[in-house]
Design a binder for this molecule. Structure first.
Ligand SMILES: NC(=O)c1ccc[n+]([C@@H]2O[C@H](COP(=O)([O-])OP(=O)(O)OC[C@H]3O[C@@H](n4cnc5c(N)ncnc54)[C@H](O)[C@@H]3O)[C@@H](O)[C@H]2O)c1
Length: 275
C-alpha cells in the first residue's frame, strides 16, 4: 500500500464555490482552504468587498459575487460567470441559511400562533436556497466534469435532535439532511459516482444568529446556553475552525467512497442522552 496522504487530502487548485460566503462559518472555512491552495469563490447577498480584499492581502486566490440563493435566475447567472472565468467548479458549499426570528416559539407566541409565512420563509431559505436551488444549477455542470465534484450542505444538530423553540429551522434542516441523501443516490445512480453529496451537522457554534439565545447581555450564559454545554461532552461551544478538517475530508479524494452522509461536528452532543 502506497497512499500519499498529502495529495489524498489536498484542495490545491480546486475551485470551491461558497453560498453564504460572507457568513461566519463559510468565511472561516474558505480562508483555511484558500490558505491550502484552493481557489475560493464567495457568494452572498451581503457585501463581500472587504472580505475579498482581506483574503487577497493574505495571498488567497478569491473572487466575490453578489448572489441570492432564493433566485434561480440569479444563481444561473453567477454560476455561468464563474464557469467562464474558472472553467470548472470542483465543490459547492451550501452555507447560506439560518434561522428566522418569527418562526421561533416563545412565552408570548405559541406554536399555534406562529405565522405560516415565517415558517415558509425559514424552509425556503434553508431547504430551497440553502440546498436545492444551487445544487440544481451547479450539479448539472459537475456531472460533466471528468473529475466529478463534491457538494456539501449545511444541516444542523437541530435536524438530528429537534431543538425546543426553533420549530421551522429544525424541520428545514431535517429536510436538508434528507435531501442530501436523496441527491447523493440520484446523482451516483443516474449520472456518476464521482459527484458526491454530503452534509455537515454542526453542533453549537456561537454566531450572531444564536448569540442572544446562548448569552445574556452581561456575557453570562442563559439557561439555554448552560443546558447546551451540560449536554456537550466536550464541554465547550464549537469554533468555526472545528469544521475545517471535516470539510477538507469531504472535499478531497480521501472521501471518494463517501456519499450521502451527514457528519455531526458537535462535541458529542448527539451521542449524549443527558444521563
Ligand atoms: N452557527 C451555528 O451554530 C450553526 C449550527 C448548525 C448549522 N449552521 C448552519 O451553517 C450555515 C452557516 O451558518 P453561520 O453560522 O455561518 O451563519 P451566518 O449568518 O454567519 O451565515 C449565513 C450567510 O448566509 C447569507 N444568506 C442569507 N440569506 C441568503 C440568501 N437568500 N442568498 C444568499 N446568501 C444568503 C447571509 O448573508 C450570511 O452571510 C447556515 O446554514 C446555518 O444554518 C450554523
Amino acid at each position: 500500500m502506497n497512499l500519499n496522504l498529502e495529495s489524498m487530502f489536498s484542495v490545491r487548485d480546486k475551485t470551491l464555490l461558497f453560498t453564504g460566503g460572507g457568513g461566519i462559518l463559510a468565511s472561516h472555512i474558505a480562508r483555511a482552504l484558500g490558505e491550502g491552495g484552493a481557489k475560493v469563490i464567495l457568494t452572498d447577498i451581503v457585501p463581500l468587498d472587504a472580505l475579498v480584499e482581506e483574503f487577497r492581502r493574505e495571498g488567497i486566490m478569491v473572487e466575490g459575487y453578489t448572489m441570492n440563493v432564493l433566485q434561480r435566475d440569479n444563481v444561473e447567472e453567477v454560476v455561468s460567470k464563474v464557469l467562464e472565468k474558472f472553467g470548472r467548479i470542483d465543490a459547492l458549499l451550501n452555507a447560506a441559511g439560518g434561522n428566522v426570528r418569527e418562526a421561533i416559539t416563545s412565552p408570548e407566541v405559541s406554536f399555534f400562533d406562529l405565522p405560516v409565512e415565517a415558517l415558509e420563509r425559514v424552509v425556503d431559505l434553508n431547504l430551497f436556497g440553502g440546498a436545492i436551488i444551487p445544487s440544481q444549477v451547479v450539479a448539472r455542470y459537475m456531472i460533466r466534469q471528468e473529475e466529478g465534484g463534491s457538494i456539501i450542505n449545511f444541516s444542523s444538530m437541530a435536524a438530528l435532535r429537534p431543538l425546543t423553540r426553533v420549530v421551522g429551522y429544525s424541520a428545514a434542516k431535517a429536510a436538508v439532511s434528507n435531501f442530501t441523501q436523496w441527491l447523493a443516490v440520484y446523482i451516483a445512480r443516474e449520472f456518476t459516482p464521482k459527484v458526491r453529496v454530503n452534509a455537515l451537522a454542526p453542533g453549537f457554534f456561537v454566531t450572531k444568529q444564536n448569540y442572544a439565545l446562548l448569552y445574556r447581555e452581561d456575557g453570562t450564559l442563559t439557561p439555554r446556553g448552560e443546558a447546551v454545554l451540560a449536554h456537550t461532552p466536550c464541554g465547550r461551544f464549537g469554533v468555526p475552525e472545528d469544521l475545517v478538517s471535516t470539510v477538507l475530508w469531504l472535499l478531497s479524494p480521501a472521501s471518494s467512497f463517501v456519499t450521502g452522509v451527514v457528519v455531526p461536528v458537535d462535541g458529542g452532543f448527539n451521542a449524549f442522552s443527558g444521563v
